[in-house]
Design a protein around this ligand. Structure first.
Ligand code: THU
Length: 163
């Protein structure tokens, strides 16, 4: 029997233990959270992506009366980065959220669709994108990587025929 032992990259930390770049990324995500348009859920989400040349592009969730047309903050940040020419150089993403029924100590992790899109960015950027997830107060922070949040992912290689 073959056992695969993978070392977990997931780390629980706090804002004060983040390095300068991680803290700045989370600050920008928090700022973007204020741009959230969420009249239906009342749940504001902000995200910020960091590119290889250390540019930061942020986004917020934008809801729609046709609920399914809503875009999450992480995907808003990624498409905005794409529009700025950063489709292949995303290395980190931070996410933070606030809602009236959301406990102030609970971190927000990207939803399944966002994980899928982060995975594609990771593949084309050639790196395992780091994901920084925070509670609304920036007290509890979790750091992980897309390979850990979306194991056995379906990605660009899944569409290639075997050579
Ligand atoms: N939302 C995000 O922005 N990111 C996620 O990863 C999860 C959910 C938004 C979508 C919707 O506007 C609100 O949170 C409630 O689901």
């Amino acid at each position: 029997m073959l056992f695969l032992i993978r070392r977990l990259k997931m780390k629980k930390t706090s804002y004060h233990h983040l390095n300068r770049i991680q803290a700045e990324l989370l600050d920008k995500a928090e700022k973007a959270m204020k741009m959230s348009y969420c009249p239906y859920s009342g749940f504001s989400v902000g995200a910020a992506v960091l590119t290889k040349n250390h540019e930061i592009v942020a986004g917020a969730n934008v809801e729609n009366a046709a609920y399914g047309s809503t875009i999450c903050a992480e995907r808003a940040a990624l498409v905005s980065a794409n529009a700025k020419g950063h489709q292949r150089d995303v290395i980190k993403i931070a996410v933070i959220a606030k809602g009236k029924n959301h406990p102030s100590s609970e971190i927000t992790a990207p939803c399944g669709s966002c994980r899928q899109m982060i995975f594609e960015s990771a593949r084309i950027s050639g790196c395992d994108i780091e994901i920084i997830m925070s509670d609304p107060e920036k007290e509890n922070v979790m750091i992980s990587a897309i390979s850990e949040l979306l194991p056995l992912a379906f990605g660009p290689n899944s569409l290639k025929s075997p050579s």
